[in-house]
Design a protein around this ligand. Structure first.
Ligand SMILES: Nc1ncnc2c1ncn2[C@@H]1O[C@H](COP(=O)(O)OP(=O)(O)OP(=O)(O)O)[C@@H](O)[C@H]1O
Ligand SMILES: [Mg+2]
Length: 380
């Protein structure tokens, strides 16, 4: 029987939990021309949210066309612009001969090279000669505007892991051009989202950067426990199994409502259940989850220096005064300058975040594993 839980993929209608107010807000913004920037830590559900809202808008309003590009997989400006051109053109029609025509018409001045494979619907690409970078860039960035005007289309362009753009060689020029060209486009709305909070904030929050105040910022929160619990219970019920209420609650508490992990732990629990899942089932599923993820967590800790690891240990032990003489001695974490530097590195790596009372781990399952490995605290 198929698991009613899903992780590692974008969640569709039947497994989508709550986010009603976020869906409403994003949908209103994107269908009324308000650029929106979404920031949230990894795997809380940005891509799933954007996907769901974008599909719904496109379904209801035929003249709105959605383009989605994940920048994580693109390693240069050229690749990005070629993907941008290709996806905008593909979204403008569902006929591949229209794509060829549109490429020839709207990108004529920068001599596009098209290629189509045996199945043109999946193997369509456009390349350019990159000697005239600036000209290509400007033409391609303005493509949604040109096609939109000609074909009465409103584009909604969703760029996932947008912060990846800063790694491109000519990034500063690209950033300026994007902002200058995109803000004049009346028929195109941008949804730019990413998980590296510091990089995203640098791009959109600094008054000296081109993208300052480009759109409305949305900080996506976690899905709350009172939405997760009924979802978990009904997913068990649908598949003719049951889960005790406090076992379902324990799944959320252990994973601190982290979307991906709630689904993963619920799945592991479901697999172990014949009829009724109890707290014991959840605990045994948790150990399995931590073992499965162990290679990842080991890699994460191996990439830390000795003093960074020691600092993380102090944080795991809830030490409140990290720079006190006592802490420095007990954990051997170096001078206060060192501590400050390491703290910032751990924050930049998204391993910890600061809270009003100190610091907390960003990854709830990694925290349990870390405490188990290094502090011998049983995960439960
Ligand atoms: N609304 C939701 N309802 C149920 N599960 C969800 C929801 N949103 C996210 N999830 C769970 O979290 C996982 C990660 O979601 P998604 O890929 O959308 O997050 P993301 O923030 O884009 O992650 P990444 O930072 O890795 O790109 C999904 O595979 C699913 O298991
Ligand atoms: Mg994503």
């Amino acid at each position: 029987m198929d698991s009613p839980f899903l992780f590692g993929k974008l969640v569709g209608a039947s497994t989508f939990v709550n986010r009603t107010s976020e869906q409403e807000k994003l949908s209103k913004n994107l269908s009324s021309g308000i650029n929106t920037i979404i920031i949230s830590p990894r795997r809380w559900g940005k891509s799933s949210l954007v996907e769901k809202v974008a599909l719904e808008i496109a379904k209801k309003q035929a003249h709105k066309k959605v383009v989605r590009i994940d920048l994580f997989t693109l390693s240069s400006e050229e690749e990005f612009l070629e993907a941008f051109a290709r996806e905008v053109i593909k979204a403008s029609s569902n006929k591949w001969n229209d794509w060829l025509l549109a490429t020839q018409t709207f990108l004529k001045s920068i001599s596009p090279k098209m290629s189509i494979g045996a199945d043109p619907t999946t193997e369509f690409s456009i390349g350019f000669d990159w000697k005239e970078r600036q000209k290509n860039r400007n033409e391609i960035l303005d493509l949604p505007n040109k096609i939109g005007k000609e074909k009465s289309i409103d584009f909604i362009i969703c760029l996932d892991e947008f912060q990846s753009i800063v790694q491109f060689t000519h990034y500063t020029e690209l950033e300026k051009a994007m902002r200058a060209i995109w803000q004049r486009q009346k028929n195109t709305t941008y949804c730019l989202y990413g998980s590296k909070r510091h990089m995203m904030a640098d791009i959109f929050d600094s008054s000296s950067r081109p993208f300052y105040r480009f759109g409305e910022m949305m900080m996506l929160d976690k899905i709350e426990k009172h939405h997760w619990v009924p979802f978990i219970q009904s997913a068990f019920k649908k598949t003719k199994r049951k889960i005790e209420l406090h076992a379902a609650e324990r799944i959320c508490d252990l994973m601190k409502n982290h979307s991906w992990y709630v689904q993963q732990l619920a799945h592991n629990t479901w697999v172990k259940t014949d009829e009724l899942a109890t707290i014991n089932t959840v605990h045994s599923a948790l150990r399995e989850l931590l073992s499965t993820n162990m290679p990842l967590y080991q890699m994460e800790t191996e990439n830390l220096s000795k003093t960074q690891l020691q600092l993380l240990l102090a944080i795991a032990k809830n030490v409140s005064q990290l720079t006190s003489m006592e802490t420095i001695r007990e954990f051997n974490i170096g001078t206060s300058n060192n501590i400050l530097k390491n703290k910032n590195i751990l924050i930049e790596k998204d391993i910890i975040q600061s809270t009003p009372d100190g610091f907390e781990f960003m990854d709830s399952a990694f925290e349990l594993w870390f405490k188990w490995q290094y502090l011998r605290i049983e995960p439960k």
